[in-house]
Design a protein around this ligand. Structure first.
Ligand code: ADA
Length: 576
């Protein structure tokens, strides 16, 4: 299931979920003589016992049964981490980054059987600036859903819906319709737009130009109900492409393409030290979450995603940060439906200046940013865009890269505040670039400083170094706790007891401050990390075990601590 709602009623759409043939190979384009494995798609090859540590290239093969001759499109929600797409022995294209969707247009495909081979590569090299051995695992494979579509020769590429709350309390929306024309169509075309079954715009499209084009409309929706965590009201936005055989015969207008999105009416705005949702300040309580599961790797199914959200809800949270990459669109669909607020961020973790100077870094980040925003802009749950977690924001060269990327994202979507999570306390040079200041702080774990004093000092420094009067998030805080390791004296680091105590003390320090509007625990669940890059020395059992639940989602002692603090600062009462 590529999304959690129907996207087309007119366009023919086939999901390519199932068992595909699989073989390891030494490079893209080297076609295996045989395929010894059958692996599920979506899935990570590490889920197979023989491939649990395989790093390299793998070839996935399936046979497509194409029902109609004409244009086709292959949609990939995520291939980890570099993809090469081949159809009937010919290369169609490629893509870098496990965590962003991409598609490949095939202008003409004959009906019948075709062989599709997807080379996936999860190896580390200079060519990959963002996937490096890191404090989370870069799995391999087609880890998110794939679909094959058969659109009309003019079709909807995507829809963009930006809701606006007018000063008189009315909802408006700016809707952009992105089209692509593969061939010239002489007939008269028209785009009609519908919200929950009611038409709101008709846009004539007299012979669309070849290639990409865009139509824009601003519409008002006086009856719209807002989307909020308490009442996550969603609407079905539907675009239909109608073709008339003669100029004036509306009766004979035939629908030839369509695209359905799910949208919500909500406004996010920063006002002084607050982030306002539909005009009301929000206190953000939540978790950093990696897409990781001991059996599924990064290819979580919707049951596992929904389970994680249910646990987070039980803990009393209202936000999830997609550390440290764009998440599966289905997870965001669930957040939309369940009323979770999301900080979605681009893909980067802890890169120093030398790593940011990799010649591929800028392009790979810019592609990731564009694909993240274009694909996820309609999710009402996303209230913050983030970039470059813990990168070189303390150097002038690093600052320039942060500046450029914020500029790029603002140009793509001016409707959401921007942030990044810094660990460069007292040295950060980028706080003036953001709408929301965010710091990752590990008081009590990586150092024994008392949070109360050190935090006050940092907070004061932020005010005179670019962050004056801005909302402030503690975007990460936490401590390791090895599930089942108990210390009756509550002293041993790595014990569940010490983890719980550290969280207790930092929660009490942060929640006492009126100038903190977001607290995101590091992290939701224990995750697999790389042995390479020195991680095995700092990560017992090959895991980052700062989870509030372990990798099997079993609660640790800290569960109760987090739940109590989140409940105390829940609806109807906050620290402020
Ligand atoms: C950082 C980083 C996380 C994780 C964490 C930790 O703040 O952003 O990805 O590595 O530290 O566990 O130390």
């Amino acid at each position: 299931m590529i999304r959690l709602f129907t996207r087309h009623r007119i366009r023919v759409h086939q999901e390519l979920e199932g068992l595909w043939d699989f073989s390891t190979c030494s490079k893209e384009g080297e076609f295996p003589a045989d395929y010894p494995f059958k692996l599920p798609v979506p899935g990570c090859w590490e889920s197979h016992p023989a491939l649990i540590t395989y790093r390299g290239v793998g070839a996935y093969r399936t046979l497509l049964q194409v029902p109609v001759t004409g244009p086709a499109r292959l949609l990939f929600e995520g291939v980890a981490h570099t993809a090469g797409i081949w159809l009937d022995g010919r290369r169609l294209g490629g893509h870098y980054n496990a965590y962003t969707p991409f598609h490949i247009d095939i202008p003409h495909l004959e009906a019948g059987e075709h062989e599709l081979i997807v080379f996936a590569d999860n190896s580390f090299s200079e060519a990959s600036s963002l996937h490096i051995p890191n404090d989370y695992y870069s799995y391999g494979g087609i880890h998110r859903p794939v679909a094959l579509e058969h659109p009309f020769s003019v079709y909807f590429e995507r829809l963009e819906f930006i809701p606006r709350l007018e000063p008189d309390g009315q909802w408006m929306a700016d809707v952009s319709v992105y089209l692509n024309a593969l061939t010239r169509v002489e007939a008269s075309l028209e785009v009609s737009l519908w919200l929950d079954g009611l038409p709101f715009a008709q846009l004539p499209l007299p012979s669309p130009p070849l290639g990409a084009s865009v139509l824009r409309v601003r519409a008002s929706f006086p009856q719209a109900q807002p989307w909020s965590p308490e009442s996550p009201r969603l609407y079905r936005l539907e675009a239909r492409l109608l073709m008339r055989d003669t100029q004036d015969s509306p009766v004979n207008a035939a629908p030839v393409d369509d695209l359905i999105e799910r949208v919500g009416f909500r406004e996010v705005r920063v006002q002084e030290r607050n982030v306002l949702l539909n005009g009301q300040p929000v206190y953000f309580k939540g978790f950093n979450r990696h897409e990781d599961d001991p059996f599924a790797g990064s290819a979580l199914g919707i049951q596992q995603m929904a389970r994680d959200l249910a646990i987070m809800r039980d803990l009393g949270s209202n936000m999830v940060r997609t550390s440290h990459y764009p998440n599966d669109s289905r997870f965001l669909d669930l957040c939309d439906e369940l009323g979770f607020l999301v900080w979605e961020e681009n893909h980067a973790r802890g890169l120093d200046l030398k790593q940011m100077e990799n010649p591929n870094f800028e392009r790979q980040c810019m592609d990731c940013n564009r694909e993240m925003v274009e694909n996820h802009i309609n999710h009402p749950s996303i209230v913050l865009w983030g970039i470059l977690n813990e990168c070189a924001s303390d150097t002038p060269e690093g600052r320039e890269m942060y500046r450029k990327q914020f500029e790029q994202i603002r140009a793509l979507d001016a409707s959401r505040p921007l942030t990044f999570a810094s660990n460069k306390s007292f040295r950060d040079l980028c706080l003036d670039l953001v709408d929301v200041v965010s710091f990752n702080l590990y008081y009590g774990w990586y150092n024994d400083h008392l949070p109360v004093d050190s935090f006050a000092e940092l907070r004061n420094w932020v005010e005179i170094n670019g962050g004056e009067g801005k909302p402030f998030f503690v975007s990460e805080f936490g401590a390791s706790g090895d599930y089942g390791f108990r210390d009756p004296y509550r002293r041993a680091k790595w014990s569940e007891d010490r983890q719980a105590d550290i969280l207790e003390s930092v929660f009490s320090a942060y929640t006492a401050r009126p100038d903190v509007c977001g607290l995101l625990v590091w992290q939701f669940c224990d995750i697999r990390v790389h042995e390479e890059g020195g991680w095995f020395k700092a990560r017992p059992k090959g895991k980052n075990d700062k989870g509030i639940v372990d990798e099997y989602r079993r609660p640790k002692l800290a569960y109760r601590v987090v739940k109590d603090w989140f409940a105390r600062f829940g609806e109807g009462g906050s620290t402020r």
